[in-house]
Design a protein around this ligand. Structure first.
Ligand code: CO
Length: 426
């Protein structure tokens, strides 16, 4: 298995997240790691010819990626061992006509993407990251990794109730980010153009996420915790990718699928609700000579692990949790249950995952949300329904999900890599 030293795995995770400030960067970072390990990039627009034992990946829309190792056994006999996670994180996205001047101050208009904790964007050193399309047809990744923008708090003298009522922002009027004092001839577009080394007129369109410039860190007396942006869900992407890269030779076909747009419902061409995963599975089947019936047999023999982060027990807020289903940060991977199929776990797939944890020598925990609180969902039920595969929802426990600065257990990460290694090999 990958690195035995848990702190080493956690450090590698933080490097991966620091290099992946947007879904497009997460795919680029993953692509680099795959290419470095001898994976071949496939194009959706080309015909595929695949060989047994071969290692491949394909991307869609620059923000979703599926990587796989073709197994030694025929697909119809062994099926797929698949892990899924998502590349996107909730936050703020720059509007198309974002830069504007308001009463002498240059601001950047933003949209809320998914469900971030907005207050955590206040008083942070913010940068930007995403993709920019240029007039010559090229796409450039942009990462302005220095404090460029800010959302200053309103002073307590003008917001006397902030500690009692919480920090609230009107999403239209109070969220635009401050960029500078307006000056003749100075524009925000120019900031992007300068960062890219292109002429401002050559920029046709962009998708840019607001990102924190603070790097990920280990914290705690023994550095047993991690803090970073985007742990949800790049921690799961990194764990799955690390497990896949450690696959030497595989009996079954091992697949990792990382999707964009989970935080906004997955219904898009690149999302888990789109055709990407089904298309790739169909093409693997076609390229390995399976007929329709054998393709169905392969799916019936498959197993899907949907990996997304879980809510670790926070001792300051006991009332927020189901008392019998507290999961501890650094207590091991969590199996998530929801009878209403917000999570895809069933008794059969939970048992199978517990077996994998035992095989990997990893502790495991079981989570259910409070019955009187709405439960989040994942790509698990979506992919399970689309492919008709048995599926389990798991994830490592974390604090402050959807904060700009989330935290989790450094020890849990290596455990998740280990159990994912078992899931891909089993
Ligand atoms: Co998530």
């Amino acid at each position: 298995m990958p690195t035995a030293d848990p702190i080493q795995s956690a450090r590698d995770l933080l490097d991966y997240i620091d290099a992946s400030p947007s879904p497009w960067h997460a795919v680029a970072t993953s692509r680099q790691r795959l290419l470095a390990r001898g994976y071949t990039e496939l194009e959706e627009t080309q015909r595929w010819s695949l060989t047994s034992g071969g290692r491949y990946f394909v991307t869609r829309g620059d923000s979703s990626l599926i990587a796989f190792v073709l197994g030694q056994q025929p697909l119809a006999e062994s099926g797929l061992r698949m892990i899924g996670a998502h590349t996107d994180s909730p936050g703020l996205r720059v509007k198309p006509k974002a830069p504007h001047t308001c009463d002498g101050v240059m601001r950047l208009g933003v949209e809320v993407y998914g469900g971030p904790i907005l207050a955590t964007f206040a008083d942070r050193d913010l940068g930007l990251a995403g993709r920019v399309h240029l007039r010559d047809g090229t796409v450039r990744l942009l990462h302005i990794d220095k404090p460029l923008l800010r959302l200053p708090n309103l002073a307590i003298h003008m917001n006397r109730e902030v500690n009692e009522s919480g920090l609230k922002f009107n999403k239209q009027t109070e969220l635009p980010l401050l960029l500078g004092i307006a000056e003749e001839g100075k524009s925000a577009e120019q900031v992007f153009a300068t960062a890219l080394g292109v002429d401002g007129n050559d920029i046709l369109s962009w998708e840019l996420a607001v990102c924190d410039t603070q790097k990920g860190s280990l914290w705690g007396p023994q550095e047993e915790f991690i803090a970073s942006s985007r742990l949800d869900n790049l921690a799961s992407c990194h764990a799955a990718l690390s497990a896949l890269l450690a696959v030497d030779q595989s009996q079954a076909t091992a697949v990792c699928a990382f999707f964009d747009h989970e935080e906004v419902g997955s219904e898009s061409a690149v999302g888990a609700g789109g055709s990407f995963v089904a298309d790739v599975v169909a093409r693997i089947a076609a390229a390995t000579g399976l007929d329709e019936e054998d393709r169905r047999r392969a799916l019936a023999k498959s197993f899907f692990v949907s990996a997304d982060m879980a809510h670790g027990w926070h001792p300051n807020f006991p009332a927020a949790y189901e008392p019998q289903h507290r999961v501890m940060v650094n207590g091991g991977p969590v199996i998530k249950h929801n009878a209403n199929q917000r999570y895809s776990t069933g008794a059969d797939t939970a048992a199978r995952f517990i077996g994998l944890c035992e095989k990997a020598g990893v502790p495991w925990q079981q989570y259910a949300h409070r019955t009187d609180l709405g439960c989040g969902s994942t790509i698990g039920p979506i992919v399970a329904a689309r492919l008709g595969m048995p599926s389990v929802d798991v994830g490592n426990p974390m604090w402050a999900m959807h904060s700009l600065r989330e935290s989790a257990g450094a020890l849990d990460h290596g455990r998740m890599i280990a159990v994912m290694g078992e899931a891909l090999a089993s």
